[in-house]
Ligand binder design. Structure first.
Ligand SMILES: Nc1ncnc2c1ncn2[C@@H]1O[C@H](COP(=O)(O)OP(=O)(O)O)[C@@H](O)[C@H]1O
Ligand SMILES: C[C@@](O)(CCOP(=O)(O)OP(=O)(O)O)CC(=O)O
Length: 360
């Protein structure tokens, strides 16, 4: 039995801007994960997950590649990943086998509701990692990220891949994305191995480790299920106008200040950058007429501000999580009580340690 764990994430800053190639963001990986377990199968492959109810996904091969039962299940991240790894396996001359993949998630609550902690990314990264080991392909950490991103853009070409980076590399990260429209234009035509080593195809992609702030503690609140991220990203795209470049410039400057604050251990600069990132998201929401910072997210943030910290919606907003940094000596109990009084659930999560050194 081969097992691979991939962790959830939260955005700290740079949301929406990060969908543009080369625009920086900051993310953290969390200590909650999705585990993929893979074992040899015969005659057909299958995928088991609570996400799919009681029926596993089943697949075989035909002359065109994978043949899957699309009628009964949505074509999703896991199948896109299996499909892409199959291509890579064939390119490397590795003999085909069937496998049963079992997926277990800590990123939903007991009733299966998503917290918005990056389950699609974690399931993709976990599947790449498990299948890489199953077939003995020998991908590097960076290549696992690349394969996960190529699989993801087949399902959601808008996704920045920041969540995949956090899930793959762990810790605190500064991330900027490659041009996914460019990658998508040839992902089905070119050899996966060639795409992985084509530096020009990945222009804009960058990932750097950042130190965790020692003098600040992280708090996370969950405000309930979100509006669709894809829809919100679509709304912002449609409203790209004169103000959009200014938004990108301000977002970059804010992420740069956050980066410096973290690198120099300057708590005030870090908190100030987080507050600016909140304002940027509020203004973006106002300019496109969409509620990125919902009333409950606003309350979540205001409670933290009143306690001397800084907070903002994390990710696309419209619901889901808010992320807060407060001075290390703050007693979080008061903040948690105030959140609960407004139906905001405090999530006990911590940052996942970096997954080794970043390779080239
Ligand atoms: N436990 C799981 N097993 C299989 N697929 C999963 C699982 N969790 C999430 N996914 C995939 O990710 C999708 C959810 O992605 P999304 O709505 O973006 O949530 P998140 O914000 O947590 O990433 C699901 O529709 C499914 O395709
Ligand atoms: C708007 C974004 O920059 C951030 C969205 O972050 P979320 O954490 O809301 O994402 P999902 O896990 O897909 O729901 C879009 C992106 O980076 O792809």
């Amino acid at each position: 039995m081969i097992e691979f764990r991939a962790h959830g994430k939260l955005f700290v800053a740079g949301e929406y801007a990060v969908v543009e190639p080369g625009q920086p963001s900051v993310l953290i990986a969390l200590d909650r994960a999705i585990t993929a377990r893979v074992s040899e199968a015969h005659g057909a492959g299958s995928v088991h997950s609570e996400e799919y109810g009681h029926l596993p996904l089943t697949w075989t091969r035909d002359e065109d590649g994978l043949a899957l039962d699309r009628e009964h299940h949505p074509y999703d991240y896991v199948m896109a990943t299996i499909d892409l790894v199959e291509k890579l396996r064939a390119e490397r001359g590795i003999a085909p086998r069937f496998h049963d993949l079992r997926i277990e998630s800590q990123l939903d609550d007991a009733s299966g509701r998503k917290f918005g902690l990056g389950s699609s990314a974690a399931v993709t990264v976990a599947t790449v990692g498990a299948l890489d080991r199953f077939y003995g392909i020998g991908l590097t950490q960076r290549q696992r990220f690349q394969v996960a991103l190529l699989a993801t853009i087949r399902v959601n070409p808008r996704a920045s891949g920041g969540d995949l980076a956090a899930s793959t590399f762990g810790g605190w990260l500064r991330y900027s994305a490659p041009d996914r429209d460019h990658l998508a234009s040839f992902v089905d035509e070119r050899r996966v191995s060639d795409i992985l080593t084509d530096a020009e195809a990945w222009a804009g992609f960058d990932v750097q480790r950042l130190p965790a702030p020692e003098n600040l503690q992280l708090l996370v609140g969950w405000t309930g299920s979100p509006a669709s991220t894809t829809k919100l990203v679509g709304v912002v795209r449609r409203h790209r106008n004169g103000g959009y470049q200014a938004f990108l410039d301000e977002s970059r400057s804010c992420v740069d200040d956050l980066t410096t604050g973290l690198q120099t251990g300057d708590a005030e600069q870090t908190l100030d950058a987080l507050r600016r990132a909140r304002v940027l998201m509020q203004r973006l929401g106002d300019s496109v007429g969409s509620k990125i910072e919902t009333e409950r997210l606003a309350t979540l943030c205001d409670v933290v501000e009143a306690a001397g910290g800084a907070a903002k919606p994390s990710g696309a907003g419209g619901g889901d999580c808010g992320i807060a940094l407060v001075p290390a000596d703050t007693d979080p109990a008061g903040i948690h009580r105030a959140w609960e009084a407004h139906d905001i659930r405090h999530l006990s999560v911590a940052v996942r340690a970096p997954e080794g050194a970043l390779d080239e």
